[in-house]
Ligand binder design. Structure first.
Ligand code: ASP
Length: 447
């Protein structure tokens, strides 16, 4: 029987998302690198899809898929790991079981072929969560997991690749039983200090899974993911702030993290798939039991979904309100100095500007300016202006509506009215694109 989620839609029986690292613009890659990445993503995603379609469980699938990506020199994990400043590899990985909350992680491995499998053994064979450095390598020996000689890893230099790009790998899965799991594996950041550990082996930063919410894997500047507990924050926002998974991830990608920091893949317990990045590119792919199968090297708008009104999820930041109120208050100052040109500065310099007053619409900046100058030929007629009761209403990520009351003192004759401004954010700043103003009592004669 198909599952129904809270909005009454059928949910996929199983779903899988993978990433192969966030970073530079794939349009700048050469053909060889593009092909290697695409092939690698398709191969790993196909294996994951087939495993899940045959009833494979979430944890096994995460391990299987990450092992494939670790063995692929096109990615910065396992075989293709980048080197430290000292010219060696130090591998990090973690895995988490959303059903039980168990997790395991390894950091600073130098000889393990598949760090994700060792992380899983830390989870199942020890009372610990994270093993690092020498002890982790010794645990690998004791567990008889395959070890490799150092030259196994130096493949990074053989792949035509001069970009200091990221290429961490991750996988999150919802299996057909409703269990979630997540895993991440990496060589870390290129030329890192020996001993540096990133977010990938830190549960709650680079990896997280809990059956009541979601499974998450991150990629990017690990220090930022640790500072902001990124992977856990996706689940926490769903759990405590009742956000859906798209909104939770968008908030982190667009507000918590600076642009250019990285990406997130996630699956909610009802099978919603999320892939988002705030870097120019992110290698990623998704498949589910409804037949979806896709891989990408970059996503439009960084994968941020548009809402039904065509706007993205990102609300206008509090800074926007500050910036706009500054503009408007400066207008009052300019008006009261008798300077209409300065007053008009925040208006959009375009023929598409609209100004509506007294039932008449004026189109274009020049005509609006001329209209003002005609109605208010001198400082005397301009009087003393004040704005009151400003109300801000966000219209998506790049537009704002401002409602307010204007008051004009002139020859002891107070005038008063309402205005509605629509502002849009342009690269050069916020501009008024529409202004509607009316007097009280208004043009209809209503009091
Ligand atoms: N997050 C990884 C780290 O900081 C790097 C990456 O994702 O590219 O180790």
């Amino acid at each position: 029987m198909p599952l129904l989620n809270s909005s009454g839609n059928e949910t996929p029986g199983w779903a899988i998302v993978i990433h192969g690292g966030a970073g530079g613009d794939p349009q700048k890659w050469n053909d060889a690198k593009t092909k290697l990445r695409r092939t690698g993503l398709n191969r790993a995603l196909t294996a994951g899809r087939d495993a899940l379609a045959q009833g494979g469980n979430a944890l096994d699938t995460v391990e299987l898929v990450i092992r494939i990506l670790e063995d692929d020199a096109a990615f910065n994990a396992g075989r293709g790991a980048v080197l430290t400043k000292a010219g060696k590899v130090e591998l990090d990985a973690s895995i988490m079981d959303g059903r039980t909350g168990s997790c395991g992680a390894v950091a600073g491995l130098t000889a393990t072929q598949n760090p994700i499998s060792l992380a899983r053994r830390v989870m199942t064979e020890t009372p610990h969560v994270l093993l690092a450095g020498k002890g982790a390598d010794e645990f690998a020996k004791a567990q008889q997991v395959p070890l490799v000689a150092p030259d196994y890893f130096l493949s990074r230099n053989r792949v035509a690749d001069n970009e200091p790009h990221f290429g961490t790998v991750g996988c999150v899965v919802l299996d057909s039983k409703g269990d979630l799991a997540a895993g991440t594996s990496t060589g870390g950041t290129s030329k890192k200090l020996p001993g540096r550990v990133g977010d990938s082996p830190i549960v709650g930063a680079g990896t997280y899974a809990a059956n009541d919410t979601c499974a998450v894997s991150g990629t990017g500047v690990g220090e930022e993911y640790i500072r902001n507990s990124v992977a856990y924050d996706v689940a926490a926002q769903m759990r405590y702030a009742d956000r859906n998974i798209d909104d939770a991830v968008s908030k982190i990608m667009r507000q918590t993290l600076d642009a250019g920091v990285g990406g997130i893949i996630a699956i909610s317990k009802d099978g919603t798939i999320v892939m988002q990045h705030n870097t120019p590119g992110m290698s990623c792919g998704a498949a589910n039991s409804t037949g979806r199968f896709e891989t990408h090297l970059a996503l439009e708008r960084g994968g941020e979904p548009l809402k039904s009104d065509g706007n993205s999820n990102t609300p206008v930041s509090p800074d926007a309100e500050n910036a706009i109120s500054k503009l408007i208050l400066q207008q009052v100052v300019d008006w009261n100095r008798g300077d209409i040109d300065a007053f008009m500065k925040p208006y959009w310099h375009s023929d598409e500007l609209t100004f509506s007053s007294g039932g008449k619409v004026t189109r274009g900046y020049e005509k609006t300016l001329a209209g003002y100058k005609k109605r208010y030929p001198d400082k005397q007629t301009m009087g003393v202006l004040a704005f009151e009761k400003l109300e801000y209403q966000s219209l998506g990520s790049k537009a704002m509506q401002v409602l307010g009351i204007w008051k004009l003192e002139r020859d002891n004759q107070p005038l008063e009215g309402r205005f509605t401004l629509i502002l849009r954010q342009f690269p050069e700043g916020w501009k008024i694109v529409h202004d509607h103003t009316s007097k009280t009592p208004d043009e209809t004669g209503n009091p």
